[in-house]
Write a protein of this length. Structure first.
Ligand SMILES: [Zn+2]
Ligand SMILES: [Zn+2]
Length: 266
């Protein structure tokens, strides 16, 4: 019997592009992927390069929730181990935004000349699902609302036995402030992933790119009272030293820049 309600693991918290090598070992260079495990469910938020080395369980039900289809959130998907097994079923959920079906959109990215195989040609059975919120994965309730990001991005909320995880990657605050609907949606979460890609002095040059700042993250934490906050979507140019220095000034023991293999048991 598990002694937790949900197990949360960071597999990739880098934004925009994967990075590696000296200066990137502490926080990690894999792009967006977070794993939630409970009961017989293995749920992945996003399929960036972090999903490539996911500790995949042969017998688990596999679900992938895609916040949106920007390439940093998808680039690990063709390497996702369950896709290589004939008897495996993989459920992919992504909100419909642009014209076309999710299946066609994914197959449009992974096809020659960009990639030798179409997603369709992998051995696993893949279900392409455009979700209507809320829905259930086993006994995990999944809710979602749209975040402010070019082309859109889903803010997913996973709830099981009163424990709550919210993923708010690829979100940019607005000058009007955080909408009440969003504050209510996130309020009291046990874990919130918040996009803090740009420090304040870099933000000005990247306004409208769809990412936020640590200062805005702390403001949002005060508004929502979340218990643990992870800053995510680290800028690919920010090395360990830079992220250490940004974390040091936060002055809040419950706010951290997410590191590869961070685990929280709820
Ligand atoms: Zn991104
Ligand atoms: Zn994006």
């Amino acid at each position: 019997m598990e002694d937790y309600t949900m197990k949360f693991t960071v597999l990739g918290a880098r934004g925009s592009a994967p990075v590696g090598g000296e200066g990137f070992n502490k926080y990690g260079g894999n792009t967006s992927c977070y794993m939630i495990e409970c009961g017989n469910e293995q749920i992945f938020l996003d399929a960036g390069t972090g999903i490539m080395k996911a500790p995949y369980k042969q017998d688990a039900n596999i679900t992938v929730l895609l916040t949106h289809l920007h390439i940093d959130h998808l680039i690990g998907f063709p390497f996702f181990k369950p896709l290589f097994f004939k008897e495996k079923r993989v459920k992919i959920y992504s909100v419909k935004r642009e014209n076309g079906l999710l299946k066609d959109q994914l197959n449009g990215l992974f096809k020659p000349p960009f990639w030798p195989l179409r997603i369709d040609e992998y051995r696993a059975n893949i279900d392409y699902i455009e979700p209507v919120f809320p829905f259930k994965i086993g006994d995990v309730e999944v809710d979602g609302i749209e975040g402010n990001h070019p082309g859109g991005s889903t803010i997913f909320k996973l709830t099981r036995n009163g424990k709550v995880i919210v993923c708010m990657t690829d979100y940019e605050h607005t000058k009007e402030g955080f909408p009440q609907e969003l504050i209510d949606f996130v309020k009291g979460a046990d874990i919130l992933l918040y996009d803090a890609q740009y420090k304040n002095d870099d933000y000005e040059a990247h306004k409208g790119f769809g990412h936020s700042t640590p200062e805005k993250g702390l403001e949002f934490k005060r508004l929502t009272g979340v218990k643990n906050m992870f800053f995510v979507h680290h800028d690919p140019y920010y090395d360990d030293e830079m992220l250490d220095s940004l974390e040091a000034v936060l002055n809040d023991p419950n706010v951290h820049y997410a590191k590869y293999k961070d685990v929280i048991l709820l």
